[in-house]
Design a protein around this ligand. Structure first.
Ligand code: ZN
Length: 208
């Protein structure tokens, strides 16, 4: 006989980057209300994955976790810059506009100019439960807005003007064919299996 904890949350386990059109990227993530050891471990893995892929930001749904959480290090290298973790972020006070080329670890190889507010205020929680409020501009503002879009189930390709959007649509179609090919060969789980896993992870750590 053993004491089992009430409502034990499922193990998160090893994480990996997912690419468009993985279902985790296309649905809004849910606020985290339970930050357990599994979540802390997942954040550690996310930094490993981000540095390995030479990224400067990574949202939880890019590793198939349906939680409102993203990480940033604009230096892009372990030991350099500052490692930031944003949990349940909110954006406010958008000011100005800026156009800059963006790429995304979930759309490898695709880079396009994206127009966004130049400055933004972000409110969030850190991994140890401290409130964060930052008034951002420059690269950090851009990365935070890009990662926040992921939590809304959006990609930078959703923010393009008409001509660029047509070009992006062709690239997205190729990503879709690759993804479906991997599913048909059993290299990726079927759609229903992926969605069931996301629903379980959400049920474990997000409000109903
Ligand atoms: Zn991205």
């Amino acid at each position: 006989m053993s004491d089992s904890p009430q409502n034990p949350a499922s193990v998160i386990g090893p994480l990996a980057l997912v690419e468009y059109p993985h279902p985790a990227l296309l649905r809004p993530a849910k606020p985290l209300v339970r930050i357990d050891d599994e979540v802390c471990n997942a954040v550690g893995q996310m930094f490993d994955i981000m540095y390995e892929a030479e990224g400067i930001g990574l949202a939880a749904n890019q590793v198939a976790l349906p939680y409102r959480l993203f990480i940033v290090n604009t230096a892009g290298r372990r030991g350099d810059g500052e490692e930031l973790v944003f949990i349940n972020p909110m954006l406010s006070r958008p000011r100005g506009t800026a156009v800059q080329e963006e790429g995304c670890l979930s759309l490898p190889g695709l880079r396009m100019d994206v127009r966004r507010p130049e400055k933004i205020v972000v409110d969030a929680w850190s991994l140890d439960g401290q409130p964060i409020r930052l008034d951002l501009d420059g690269l950090l503002s851009r990365v935070v807005q890009h990662e926040f879009d992921h939590l809304e189930g959006k990609l930078f390709t959703d923010r393009l003007p008409e001509a660029a959007a047509i070009e992006a649509r062709r690239a997205l179609e190729t990503f879709r064919e690759v993804f479906m090919g991997q599913q048909s060969r059993g290299e990726l789980p079927a759609h229903e299996e992926i969605v069931a896993r996301l629903d379980q992870l959400q049920a474990d750590r997000c409000p109903a």
